[in-house]
Design a protein around this ligand. Structure first.
Ligand code: HEM
Length: 448
């Protein structure tokens, strides 16, 4: 499995370029991606036809798909400083979420990430967990009956975010903030990106301006008090030299964090609900573990101890990685498996593809949480076979937060409800830009 991965500019001009996809394949992929249908199949077809790397033209840009764990390691670890995360993410969401941590590169990124890390340390996570538990309890209180899982989780995670991220209690202020936030997320995915009154994109820009103003007004108080919410922690955070984040940085990071947190967590909870509804034996195992703990709420210390829940979460993120693909721009020419990739190319690695490679995850379409159990540990056979949280310098900063929130919600849910989908139901998954069900996942919750 040792791909010959080389990088650097020496004599690289003599190396042949990666194969180019045929126009037929490019057109088919374009349609599938535009319609957001089946990204996984188109990636699998490209991999079968061209091997571990293929290039195609999209307008003025060379797009390069690299496949497999070795490619993931090369691109995500980026040991040679070849790739920009800022450039592709700026093109995708930069107008609405500029200067979020993922939209920064190099030394500046490293510096800011180090300071932000303060707000993600164990003591901070412990206090977030304490704060979210009663909110989860109140939020799921009336979930009995038929409902759309995705929309329900969205409301729940947004309400939790308002409290934990910003420190505001539920009320009109939260509702306004959540509405604005939804506008921004919708705008970041708009196809028509013109600031014209009445268009989705303009609503997103206005939303951003509102939220930026709102955070700016809160900042003096947040810098001064000892609040436990994320905004207060970011406002006070400093590195060992005493450097702090400037006001504008705190605002940009906050807005990005709320986006990075809520869609991904909603996506994961929805997919997990689907798989547990289809596999009642696993739902019962998770429930038995939750009752065996003997606590209505998961304490932070319990999060990693819930073994069955951990297996189920990992398998869910394998089958439905919320971010199905991760983009970079190559800053220099580099060589991958004896082929040249030109500077300026948009290089894409695909968790959704690697997670379904049978040589790494046998019977990849089977929901089989035991594959993550220590005896099998399929994900540990390569450092970059299981990458729902990315890797390297941009490795998800919020992964422990996400794990805490997902598990805390599921712990309370299985103790209160048994849930099911209609017999024979298959969730229609829209894999891109974030994995989610096209029908919201209709599910029935029965009170225990
Ligand atoms: C299951 C939930 C989540 C998944 C699957 C996920 C996935 C990812 C992935 C794949 C990346 C790397 C993207 C890239 O390299 O281009 C990333 C980065 C990031 N995530 Fe998450 N994420 C999740 C939840 C969260 C939460 C809850 C937060 C915040 C509380 C968060 C904050 C971030 C930040 C700040 C970055 C950028 C890190 C950097 O550039 O240094 N994420 N996430």
């Amino acid at each position: 499995m040792n791909a010959r991965v080389e990088s650097g500019a020496d004599a690289i001009g003599a190396v042949p370029e990666l194969p180019r996809a045929s126009w037929g394949d490019v057109a088919r992929n374009f349609v599938q991606n535009a319609l957001r249908t089946d990204m996984r199949s188109s990636l699998e077809r490209m991999h079968r036809s061209y091997g571990n790397g293929v290039m195609h033209r999209a307008g003025p840009v060379d797009m390069v798909n690299l496949f497999g764990p070795d490619a993931n390691r090369l691109v995500l670890l980026d040991r040679d400083g070849l790739f920009s995360a800022r450039k592709p993410w700026m093109a995708i969401m930069g107008r609405i979420f500029p200067n979020g941590l993922l939209l920064r590169d190099g030394a500046e990124h490293k510096h800011q990430r180090k300071i932000m890390h303060e707000a993600f340390k164990r003591n901070a996570l412990r206090s977030y967990a304490e704060r979210m538990n009663p909110m989860i309890e109140a939020g799921i209180e009336d979930w009995g009956g038929a409902r759309k899982a995705f929309q329900s989780y969205k409301v729940l995670t947004l309400d939790i975010a308002a409290s934990i991220f910003v420190g505001v209690d539920l009320g009109p202020e939260t509702r306004r903030m959540n509405g604005v936030f939804e506008d921004m997320v919708a705008a970041s995915m708009s196809i028509v990106r013109l600031p014209i009154q009445g268009l989705e994109f303009k609503r997103g820009l206005d939303g951003r301006a509102f939220l930026a103003r709102y955070f700016r007004e809160l900042l003096p108080k947040k810098r001064a008090d000892a609040g436990a919410d994320m905004l207060s922690r970011l406002a006070r955070a400093q590195n060992e030299s005493g450097d702090r984040l400037a006001d504008q940085d705190v605002i940009d990071h906050m807005i990005f964090l709320m986006m990075a947190a809520h869609d991904t967590t909603t996506s994961s909870l929805t997919s997990m609900t689907y798989e547990l509804a289809r596999h009642p034996e696993w739902q019962e195992r998770v429930r038995a573990e939750a009752f065996a703990l003997g606590k209505p709420w998961l304490d932070f210390e319990d999060v990693e101890r819930q073994k069955t829940l951990t297996l189920v979460m990992k398998e869910t993120l394998r089958r439905y990685p919320p971010l199905p693909v991760i983009p970079r721009i190559a800053e220099r020419d580099f060589e991958f498996e004896g082929r040249r990739v030109p500077a300026g190319a948009m290089v894409i690695v695909a968790p959704i593809h690697t997670h379904h490679m049978p040589e790494w995850f046998p019977a990849p379409d089977v929901f089989d949480p035991e594959r993550f159990a220590p005896e099998r540990a399929e994900h540990e056979r390569h450092t970059h076979a299981w990458i729902p949280f990315g890797g390297g310098p941009h490795h998800c900063l919020g992964l422990r937060f996400a794990e805490t929130q997902i598990k805390s919600v599921m712990h309370q849910l299985v103790r209160r409800y048994r849930f099911r989908v209609e017999p024979g139901y298959r969730m229609p998954v829209q894999q891109a830009p974030i994995s989610k069900p096209r029908d919201g996942l209709p599910v029935t919750f029965e009170r225990l």
